[in-house]
Write a protein that binds this ligand. Structure first.
Ligand SMILES: Nc1nc(=O)c2c([nH]1)NC[C@@H]1CN(c3ccc(C(=O)N[C@@H](CCC(=O)O)C(=O)O)cc3)CN21
Ligand SMILES: O=c1ccn([C@H]2C[C@H](O)[C@@H](COP(=O)(O)O)O2)c(=O)[nH]1
Length: 283
């Protein structure tokens, strides 16, 4: 939690105002942030200085793991977080590749599970990683990347957290996740949870011990209409200790994650938090 508050404070203190043409808003911006999560000791990096809707973050992650491309499927899992980008983003609404209401196109999990090869066949990046790690193999290329510039025009948004690299040292699994663009009040609140939970889940289904998760962010920003709430409300609050994430131990395979797992299989134990803050969202 301290590292989240330090990053937010750093943006307030040192951020540079940058015009963003996609949203038409200015963003107070810094470059380069390194966050580390202790998955081994289950220090769940949930925000405590406001109420975090952590289930929505895990629902998003499950949707990526399943390769979903429809905001309706994300809603069915328990998050509305893709509704605006699928249905209110001007550029995407005009794009002939959009297949209709709720379509997100070839984003995130679609690339992770169904990367298209020139010969028309597909690569299941996540399937390959799970198979390797389960056998104790780390070929130094256990990389899940959603970043496919050749298909940016076939999706509603370029992936923000775009690449996850898994590393096996003995029987301990590590994760390094890269993020190109980070909306600190809204996105990061979810992304911290997702990086932590991705490592915890991957360790569990491959029979490994989780180590640390390393989260590397390039452009970290506050939109102009978020600055006051962050500076004068959220940063004035004292954080609470980190709670623990409990994951149903019956989840044992990628198939389990793809089929029967729901948000009821996740629980946060001892989550103390301040009141909710409603930050503006920019499409
Ligand atoms: N500008 C922007 N910021 C983002 O963080 C973001 C995007 N766009 N587009 C793609 C996804 C969608 N994400 C989202 C979308 C909505 C919330 C949101 O509204 N969060 C609220 C309420 C959550 C709830 O009730 O479930 C929050 O208070 O955290 C968070 C992340 C993260 N990403
Ligand atoms: O997981 C996510 C997804 C999105 N974001 C934020 C970061 C930016 O504010 C926008 C994306 O806009 P771009 O113009 O494509 O950079 O969404 C996030 O923080 N986390």
């Amino acid at each position: 939690m301290k590292q989240y508050l330090d990053l937010s404070q750093r943006i307030i203190d040192e951020g540079v105002w940058i015009e963003n043409t996609r949203t038409g808003k200015r963003c107070l911006t810094v470059v380069n942030a390194d966050l580390v999560y202790d998955v081994k000791n289950n220090q769940f990096p949930i925000i405590t200085t406001r109420k975090s809707f952590w289930k929505a973050a895990i629902a998003e992650l499950l949707g990526y793991i399943r390769g979903y491309d429809s905001a309706a499927d994300f809603r069915a899992l328990g998050t509305k977080s893709w509704d605006a980008n699928a249905n209110e983003n001007e550029a995407w609404l005009k794009n002939p590749a959009r297949k209709g209401h709720d379509d997100m196109g070839r984003v995130y999990g679609v690339q992770g599970r169904h990367w298209k090869k020139p010969d028309g066949t597909e690569i299941d990046q996540l399937g390959k990683i799970v198979a390797d790690l389960s056998k104790g193999i780390d070929d130094r290329g256990e990389i899940l990347t959603f970043y496919n510039p050749g298909e940016f025009d076939l999706g509603c948004l370029r992936p923000c957290m775009h690449t996850h690299t898994f590393s096996l040292l003995g029987d301990t699994l590590y994760l390094t996740s890269y993020q190109r663009s980070c909306d600190v009040p809204l996105g990061l609140n979810f992304n911290q949870i997702q990086v932590f939970t991705l490592l915890a889940l991957m360790a569990q289904i491959t029979g490994k011990k989780p180590g640390c998760a390393y989260h590397k962010i390039v452009n970290a920003h506050l939109y102009e209409d978020q600055v006051e709430l962050m500076r004068d409300v959220q940063l004035k609050r004292e954080p609470y200790p980190s709670p623990k994430l409990e994951i149903n131990p019956d989840i044992k395979s990628l198939k389990d994650l793809e089929t029967w797992v729901t948000l009821d299989d996740f629980n946060v134990i001892g989550y103390q938090h301040h009141d909710a803050i409603k930050y503006p969202f920019s499409v």
